[in-house]
Design a binder for this molecule. Structure first.
Ligand SMILES: O=C[C@H](O)[C@H](O)[C@H](O)COP(=O)(O)O
Length: 231
């Protein structure tokens, strides 16, 4: 990928982030996403905080927690939060029904808890994330290590081929001390049905299919934003 296309992507992420932070209100509890797109939202939120906005952030990963603290955003741990007003997070893929694949950075479990606590879940994305059908990006699945063999067998029964995610020649370990299996199901015709099937497999802590958790996706396209909103 050449530098120009990287810059174009970053610009789209940034303008989507700028649009999304407009939905934050004074005294909101704000879920802080993880990844290179959420990074731009955290920067924008930090700038607003410097200008007097009072919010408390709920981070979706250790990485996001460090970043937010370094930028002066006050944090709340998610186990002390009953409800989150708004969350701004990224996604690896989304469709126009607002189904998502998330977890490319391995933060899916905390992201899903935060999304489930959130009244207004806003996903920001560059235009390369929009797909007609999910599934080109393998579905990240957080697995309790001892259950790996069983989980891989069960994924096979769903016509999924799972592979343990590696980093530096060792399994990638999540913030929750688990492993990630990236599962290829081909194109996913019914994300809700696959999500329900994955939810029934013991040993899976969470999977990266986010169904009915998103209120809108704000996508940067060139220098504009396009909003996909739920019904
Ligand atoms: O685990 C990571 C998250 O789900 C990210 O939001 C997702 O992978 C998108 O990341 P990025 O914005 O870097 O493409």
């Amino acid at each position: 990928m050449d530098k120009q296309s990287i810059d174009k992507k970053d610009l789209e992420k940034q303008i989507a982030a700028r649009e999304a932070v407009k939905f934050i209100q004074q005294n909101d509890i704000v879920g802080l996403g993880t990844g290179s797109t959420a990074f731009f939202a955290i920067q924008e939120i930090a700038a607003l905080v410097k200008n007097g906005l009072k919010i408390k952030g709920v981070p979706t990963s250790e990485h996001t927690a460090s970043l937010a603290l370094s930028l002066g955003i006050e944090l709340l741990p998610m186990d002390q939060v009953k409800s989150i007003d708004i969350t701004i997070d990224g996604a690896d893929e989304f469709d126009t029904q607002l189904n998502l694949v998330k977890g490319g950075g391995g933060a899916l479990f905390r992201e899903k808890i935060v999304a489930s606590l959130t009244k207004n879940e806003i996903i920001i994305a560059d235009s390369g994330k929009l797909v007609t059908q999910l599934g080109k990006f393998k579905v990240p699945i957080e697995v309790v290590p001892i259950a790996l063999t069983y989980v891989l067998q069960q994924l096979g029964k769903l016509n999924g081929k799972g592979e343990v995610r590696m980093k530096d020649n060792a399994p990638f370990i999540t913030d929750n001390h688990n492993i990630i299996v990236d599962a290829d199901f081909g194109l996913i015709s019914d994300p809700a049905a696959l999500s329900a099937s994955l939810n029934r497999i013991e040993g899976i802590l969470a999977h990266g299919l986010f169904v009915q958790l998103t209120s809108k996706v704000i996508m940067g396209k060139g220098t504009e934003t396009i909003i996909y909103a739920g019904n």
